[in-house]
Design a protein around this ligand. Sequence first.
Ligand SMILES: [Zn+2]
Length: 252
Amino acid sequence: MKARWLLPALVAVSLHANPQCYLQGYGELITSADETALILKNGAVLPYHTNTAKVSWDEKINNADLEMQLSQSYDSGGIETPPLYLFDPGRLRYQPFFQALYGKDQKTIEKNLVTIQWPTLKGAIKLPVNKVAGVDKKLYAIGQEIAKLPKSDRIWAEGATTYAYRVIKDTDRLSMHSFGIAIDLAPTKTQYWKDEAPSETAHIGYRNTMPISIVRIFEKHGFIWGGRWYHYDTMHFEYRPELLAPACSAKN
Ligand SMILES: [Zn+2]
């Protein structure tokens, strides 16, 4: 009888913040991952849980740890249904993790940047991207695939920008652009939640014009899309393979 009670509990754990998602997502960069700590191949040891307050939404977004970073499952399915209130898979981030992987400060990050060619309708442009985890090669491959789409879709990949060392608007948290692992597309034609909401907890309407064909190419290569967030940022893509790993994907 005991085993029948144990099984549902184990399933629940595996679907919720499974540390294995980090191992699956970042492969050789991570030596081990469990409910205590993540150990990176470069020697960094990161706690899986921190003791900071994480009850209110503002606390969650400011104090997320490695467990919370996986607490909302990223669903790479259709986009017919707008994201639920405060459902932002990937937006809850533990900043020291990204600093340990991609560079502890601006100088270190910039040493890890390389230039890739990004195709546009008027020819290729150069974009700086972090080479750690092969993010540069993945983004290059994404650009090559987008170049094969019809022009009506390709126009949404114009105006691309990647690296900029900066904090997220109105916060102290570093943008993923600071690590050279994010890209914005069609910045003048896409939608950003802050343009219509006064605060994180405001009730806002969802808007998007980014075609799903582009989103699918990014997701295939380990990038998540800001258009799947309640706090939508439809120009924005970032490299977050832990959220697309088999142990964490909402599709599995
Ligand atoms: Zn962005």
